[in-house]
Design a protein around this ligand. Structure first.
Ligand SMILES: [Zn+2]
Length: 578
């Protein structure tokens, strides 16, 4: 198969290279508590073994399977193996290892000043959550546990028109939160709380903090940008109160009347000058209970009032929303309330998806039929990750590691996958799976293959009937006359008629003479559609898969982990990760 490998390299040298690669791969993997990276170990390997350099171009091919085998091991198994190979290196690693940071998140500001830490996650329910949305519940849920605090989900759903709520999204989001492993202490829907916002607005008017304004948007904008008050700013409070009641009663058309907070018309930041607190919207709210309201608060008013009413002590919001706190500060000053502590964080970007991390973009792709739904494996949504068999806490751990800094951060899917692999690997039974298999008649082998159910845990073996033909992937197919090792079965040679068993020893695999390839019985195997983020893959799995129940997470050897989604009428599995 690989004639070049056998030229000029004797078995002893090859063995030395393999052991050195294994040692460095173990060190690399243990150090980072993740997978060993071939690129990262080449430098140290060559530095320590200058005599390998002349074989430099062949080393990656020898090292690949060795690194893969190391990556298949659990952390503990890696330590044990390194202890055998190079106890000194293990001791050195453990001396270097820093004490584990107990809290990857910073302390909350002024946490001691509050009897109870109270935080909120305030989504707009305009669709189920994409992956980026997991960050808020992950972080505030973690703070809740750490400070024995409290958190709520508050649906800020007071824009029935441009950010129109999706009625299914309320429950979908609560399911997403539960999937991440958190249970909110309370759930609010802002559209249930209009009467409260009206009452606070009435109070604000009494305190001289707001006025009704019938300027058209353009006129007001021009005045505001020049730092000039409009004629309505000095209206007497009785007129303002009456006009606000007329707004509540729906007596104006959209754009005809707004309620503005009286801030500082000459404020150096024009965005803070006399901002709109309430406006008229004709489109009925999709929730039946809120469908009669026409006078709706803007988000800064609604969330500012709610944060105080609900007793929020710490707010986390995006760095691009710094003006919100400044706008709301005017309200808090009128009411003489203390503003909560605020943490502004940067955006999180997720690498590894072709679909943008945006609720409206995903909704549009679903509407156009380009995605099958919110849980399509190609969608960067929590529903999709759940369906693929990824544990919510694997996502939470990755989100926590991003911290809360003001800079933008990249979340790599490989971190989530590595976290998940740690959680599922031990329980995932192994199965053979062959994509686009080529049928090869086979003779002179054992009639039944008995590979282990799991390579690292003694859970016994599975039985795979060989029959009289097997399927192997075309890329794995050896040339006529060449030999390969059918995994779990044994060595065969390809002849003009198919595979014929040989008497090669397993040593031929260890020495690299024979490649190990995957196979399934041609006739007894079962058809499996594997749905992946890159699209659907058709293939066939060993017959034992027919007995697997939906929801089970397993590993298709060499392909990766997958969750069985359905078995009827045919088996469909969702790919999790390698
Ligand atoms: Zn005006």
């Amino acid at each position: 198969m690989r004639p070049g490998l056998r030229l000029g390299m004797d078995a002893a040298l090859r063995e030395r290279i393999e052991r050195a690669v294994e040692t460095h791969a173990l060190i690399n993997a243990i150090k980072h508590e993740g997978e060993a990276d071939l690129g990262a170990i080449m430098g140290p390997l060559m530095g320590e073994h200058p005599d390998f350099r002349e074989y430099g171009d062949r080393i990656p091919e020898i090292a690949g399977p060795v690194v893969a085998a190391v990556n298949d091991l659990e952390h503990e198994a890696r330590r044990a193996r390194l202890e055998e190979l190079d106890p000194g290196a293990l001791a050195e690693l453990e001396a270097e290892a820093e004490p584990e940071t107990e809290h990857p998140l910073p302390e909350l500001p002024n946490a001691d000043a509050y009897d109870q830490i109270r935080m909120r996650c305030a989504p707009n329910p305009n669709g189920p959550w994409h992956l980026g949305h997991a960050r808020m519940p992950a972080v505030i849920g973690t703070y809740k546990d750490r400070y024995d605090g409290w958190f709520c989900i508050r649906f800020d759903d007071t824009d029935p028109e441009t950010k129109r709520p999706d009625l299914d999204a309320y429950d979908a989001i609560l399911e997403d939160v539960a999937y991440l492993g958190f249970e909110p202490d309370a759930v609010y829907r802002a559209s249930d709380r209009l009467e409260l916002y009206y009452d606070r607005a009435r109070e604000l008017i009494e305190r001289g903090g707001a006025y009704t304004c019938s300027c058209d948007a353009e006129t007001f904008s021009a005045l505001k940008n020049d730092g000039e008050a409009c004629p309505h700013r000095e209206k007497d409070p009785e007129t303002v109160a009456a006009e606000f009641e007329a707004m509540i009663d729906g007596e104006y058309d959209p754009g005809e009347m707004v309620l503005r907070v009286r801030t500082d018309i000459e404020h150096k930041n024009p965005a803070l000058r006399d901002w709109v607190a309430f406006r008229m919207i004709d489109t009925p709210h999709p929730r039946e209970t809120a469908s009669e309201y026409r006078c709706w608060p803007m988000l800064d008013f609604q969330s500012g009032i709610d944060d105080h009413e609900i007793g929020i002590t710490h707010i986390i919001r995006g760095i691009d929303l710094q003006d919100s706190a400044k706008r709301q500060q005017f309200l808090y000053d009128y009411f003489d309330w203390a503003y909560p502590e605020v943490i502004h964080w940067g955006h999180v970007q997720v690498e590894g998806y072709g679909v943008p991390l945006s609720t409206s973009s995903i909704a549009a792709l679903i509407a156009d039929g380009d995605l099958d739904g919110w849980d399509d494996p190609r969608a960067p949504t929590l529903a999709s990750l759940r369906r693929r068999g990824i544990r919510g806490d694997a996502i939470v751990e990755a989100m926590i590691q991003l911290g809360t800094s003001t800079s933008n951060v990249d979340l790599s899917m490989s971190t989530i996958y590595a976290n998940n692999r740690e959680r599922i690997d031990a329980d995932a039974d192994r199965y053979f799976y062959v994509r686009e298999g080529e049928r090869m008649p086979i003779s002179d082998t054992d009639p039944i293959a008995r590979p282990p159910i799991h390579p690292e845990y003694d859970r016994g073996t599975r039985e795979i009937p060989v029959d009289d033909a097997v399927l192997v992937e075309s890329d794995d197919l050896p040339a006529v006359g060449e030999r390969v090792w059918l995994k779990g079965l044994g060595p065969v040679r390809r002849t003009d008629d198919g595979f014929v068993g040989t008497d090669d020893d397993i040593e031929a695999v260890r020495s690299g003479e024979l490649s190990v390839i995957h196979w399934v019985p041609a006739d007894a195997s079962v058809s499996v559609t594997l749905r992946t983020p890159e699209g659907d893959v058709s293939g066939r799995a060993e017959p034992g898969l027919a007995d697997v129940a939906p929801d089970e997470v397993l590993q298709f050897e060499r392909v990766g982990f997958a969750r069985i989604d359905t078995t009827d009428p045919e088996i469909v599995a969702y790919f999790a990760h390698p």
